[in-house]
Design a protein around this ligand. Structure first.
Ligand code: PLP
Length: 386
């Protein structure tokens, strides 16, 4: 059996068409898009085409609402710190959730520590879902920003973003969502959702690494987080990563066309995986919303084996050429239980034995059969060693 990659929530392979689209921008078309000469204009046109493709994937006709960044982390930092700094004279309270990615949580910590912001971290229920009423109850006169992730990277829970954004709008508060895990898997329409800021990252939907974007609704002011030139309409200084932006544009085009088909395929494979897990194991739990539910990313399967060590399971899977993750890629390697599994109240005896499989392009039933077979051997062996 070839290597089996079930860690698409960490990153995805770059699509062949994306690679082809990027090629000329490493050689023939290399000029700085900010240069006014002809080659520069060609680069600028390609950058704007890419921006349009990303805008289209997000359901906006206004390409100028897309700011290219160096990935999801930078988009989150720009959203949180940029909005907080721009609005600090109106209030210094921000609401987020306890299960955000560290790019959001650490940006909040920074604002607390260095700029005297107060942050409310809303808890979630046992499925990792946020009750909109809880958001309503925590809004204060000085709340200037609400940031709630679209879909969780560890347990796949999908928040009711439209409802949450409407609560923010009723109260005249900016709303940001980290949609890094959702874009490419779920249909996103920023206008239907009513969000003001939305982060995405190309490498999560078969685009290149090191490029992402922040959707910034027209009229929303952000304090730039990079000091330098006037690129990206003064919102993100620095020469654009042209080849990567072109790649992101191509990946966005492909994602838009394939969305429904991809979701169907992922649902089918996920159902098969879950049915095989259920018929082959009894000492495990599924972390997060029911796999078949609308509130869960189709590609995400996060399971916990009681009284076993997730890192040992992963290591043994890896010896069999199977790549998965413990909770989240960022938490793997550390022995502490992830903040997300803590937030859903998972007992330690399950949390420590949690592993995440995330499906993607190219995975198939034969691979799942092999994974189940190997996982069974591993679980039996680890249990016998206790
Ligand atoms: N937000 C979420 C929900 C993520 O899953 C990730 C990456 O795993 C990020 C932000 C960071 O994105 P990037 O790797 O592009 O910096």
């Amino acid at each position: 059996m070839n290597d089996i990659y079930l860690d698409h929530a960490a990153t995805t392979p770059v699509n062949q068409e994306v690679r082809e689209a990027m090629k000329p921008f490493h050689s023939k078309i290399f000029a700085n898009p900010a240069s006014s000469h002809l080659p520069g204009q060609k680069s600028a046109a390609a950058l704007e085409d890419a921006r349009e493709a990303v805008a289209e994937l997000l359901g906006t006709k206004k390409a100028e609402e897309i700011v290219f960044t160096a990935g999801g982390t930078e988009a989150d930092n720009l959203a949180l710190k940029g909005a907080a700094m721009a609005l600090s004279d109106q209030g210094k309270h921000i609401i987020t959730s306890a299960i955000e990615h560290h790019a959001v949580l650490k940006s909040c910590e920074y604002l607390e520590k260095h700029l005297d912001f107060e942050i409310t971290y809303l808890g979630v229920d046992q499925d990792g879902l946020l009750d909109p009423q809880k958001l309503r109850n925590n809004i204060r006169k000085d709340t200037i920003l609400i940031s709630i992730m679209f879909a969780n990277n560890e347990i796949g829970s999908i928040q009711p973003i439209k409802e949450l954004a409407a609560i923010a709008a009723e109260n005249d508060i900016l709303f940001h969502t980290d949609a890094v895990q959702a874009v490419g898997q779920l249909k996103i329409d920023v206008n239907d959702l009513g969000v003001d800021l939305l982060s995405l990252s190309a490498h999560k939907f078969n685009g290149p690494k090191g490029i992402g974007a922040l959707f910034v609704r027209k009229g929303v002011e952000l304090t730039p987080q990079m000091s330098g030139g006037s690129q990206e309409r003064k919102r993100r200084a620095g020469t654009a990563n042209l080849a990567a932006a072109v790649g992101m544009g191509k990946a966005a085009e492909i994602a838009a066309v394939n969305l429904t088909k991809k979701r169907k395929e992922l649902n089918l494979l996920r159902d098969y995986f879950v049915s095989q897990l259920r018929s082959n194991f009894d000492n495990f739990k599924i972390n997060g919303p029911a796999p078949e539910s609308e509130n869960r990313l189709p590609a995400n399967i996060n399971i916990a084996f009681k009284d076993l060590d997730g890192e040992s399971i992963l290591f043994n899977l890896s010896l069999n050429n199977i790549a998965a993750a413990a909770g989240s890629a960022c938490a793997s390697g550390s022995l502490s239980v992830s903040h997300v599994l803590k937030a859903i109240g998972l007992e330690d005896k399950y949390a420590k034995g949690s592993i995440r499989f995330s499906l993607g392009k190219g995975n198939n039933k034969e691979e799942i059969d092999y994974v189940i077979k190997k996982l069974k051997e591993i679980i039996v062996r680890l249990n016998s060693l206790k």
